[in-house]
Design a protein around this ligand. Structure first.
Ligand code: DON
Length: 302
C-alpha cells in the first residue's frame, strides 16, 4: 500500500497547475496551490500516508457527511420528512430546483440540503458548532482539531447564496431556526481544519460497518452505514457524481478546499487533498488519484 500511494502521487503531480482554487470564498484562495497528500486508514486501524498528508486544510463540504451522521444519530428516519436522498444533477449551490420542489432539497450533500440538516441539528444541540467539533475530534482521535475562524468569517461575509437558499426554504416552512444562526453553524463546520490523516481516520467507521476502527465505538448501525455510503455514491460529488462513479466507483465526498474522502467498504477509508479544483468544484488531481487507486486495487462497489 505504501509503495502504491507514493506511486500514485508521482503520477498525478504533473496535473498540479491545471485546476483553479476556489475563490468565491476569499480565504480559500490564499491556500498554497501545489499541495498534494493522501492517507489511507484500514479497518484494522492501520495507516498509510504520502505527500502532504499531515497538513490541515479546510474540509468544507466534507463536513456535510459528519452533520448528516449527527442528524441520523439524534433524529433518525424523521430527517427524510425534510429532504430527499436523490441525486440533484445540479451544482452544489444551485437554487433552481429548490423553488420548483417547494423548498425540499434533493439530498443532504448539496448546500440547501446541508443547511436543512444543520437546522435539524440546531434544534437538538445547545451549541451545534461545538458538538460537531467534539464529534469529529472523537472520530479522528485528534483533540486539537479546530475551525479556522478566518475561513468561517470569510464564508459568512460571502453568504448570499447560502442565505438565499435558507430563506427560500423558510418561505416554504422548511426551516425552523433563525437563519443567521444556522448559517454560522454551517460555516463553522465547513471551516474545520483537518488533514488527510484526520479525515481518513474520521471516516473509518464508514468502511467498518459503522464502528470507528481506532476506538471500536459504534457510530452508526451497519444498515445506516450502508445508507450513508449510498448517498455518498449517488450525491457526494454533486453534478459530477456520475463521473465519479464511472471513474472511481466508490462512495465519496468532496469539498471546495480540495479534499475528497472515499470509502472501500470492509477494507479502508481514504482521503486525498489537492486544492486546485475542476469546473464542477472537485479536486482535479484528487479525483485522478482516487481513479488510479481504485484501478490499481481492482475494486469498485459496482
Ligand atoms: O457553502 C459553501 O459553498 C462552502 N462552504 C462549501 C461548498 C463545498 O465544499 C462544495 N464542494 N465541492
Amino acid at each position: 500500500m505504501q509503495a502504491l500511494l507514493d506511486d500514485i502521487l508521482e503520477q498525478v503531480r504533473p496535473l498540479l497547475g491545471q485546476g483553479k482554487l476556489a475563490d468565491y470564498i476569499p480565504a480559500l484562495a490564499e491556500v498554497p496551490a501545489e499541495r498534494l497528500g493522501i492517507a489511507v486508514c484500514g479497518v484494522d486501524g492501520s495507516l498509510y500516508t504520502a505527500g502532504d498528508a499531515s497538513e490541515a486544510f479546510s474540509i468544507q463540504s466534507i463536513s456535510k457527511v459528519f452533520s448528516l451522521v449527527q442528524a441520523i444519530q439524534y433524529s433518525g428516519e424523521d430527517i427524510w420528512q425534510r429532504l430527499g436522498h436523490e441525486p440533484s444533477g445540479q451544482p452544489f449551490n444551485s437554487l433552481v430546483q429548490l423553488e420548483f420542489e417547494r423548498g425540499r432539497p434533493r439530498n443532504p450533500f448539496i448546500n440547501a440540503g446541508a443547511l436543512v440538516i444543520c437546522d435539524i441539528n440546531q434544534s437538538r444541540f445547545a451549541a451545534p458548532a461545538l458538538s460537531m467539533r467534539d464529534f469529529v475530534r472523537r472520530l479522528a482521535g485528534n483533540a486539537q482539531l479546530v475551525a479556522d475562524a478566518k475561513v468561517a468569517e470569510s464564508e459568512y461575509q460571502h453568504r448570499a447564496r447560502n442565505a438565499a437558499a435558507a430563506y427560500l426554504m423558510q418561505s416554504f416552512g422548511n426551516f425552523h431556526n433563525e437563519v443567521e444562526a444556522v448559517l454560522r453553524s454551517y460555516f463553522h463546520h465547513c471551516a474545520l481544519a483537518m488533514s488527510c490523516v484526520d479525515l481518513a481516520r474520521a471516516c473509518g467507521f464508514l468502511a467498518n460497518q459503522g464502528r470507528c476502527p481506532q476506538s471500536g465505538e459504534a457510530i452508526l448501525t451497519p444498515r445506516q452505514t450502508q445508507q450513508v455510503n449510498a448517498i455518498m455514491a449517488t450525491s457526494g460529488l454533486y453534478d459530477e457524481a456520475g463521473n465519479f462513479a464511472y471513474r472511481v466507483g466508490l462512495p465519496g465526498k468532496s469539498g471546495v478546499g480540495g479534499g475528497i474522502v472515499a470509502v472501500v467498504p470492509g477494507r479502508f477509508s481514504v482521503c486525498v487533498w489537492s486544492p486546485e479544483l475542476n469546473a464542477a468544484g472537485n479536486s482535479l488531481a484528487g479525483l485522478r488519484a482516487l481513479e488510479l487507486l481504485s484501478e490499481r486495487i481492482g475494486w469498485s462497489v459496482f
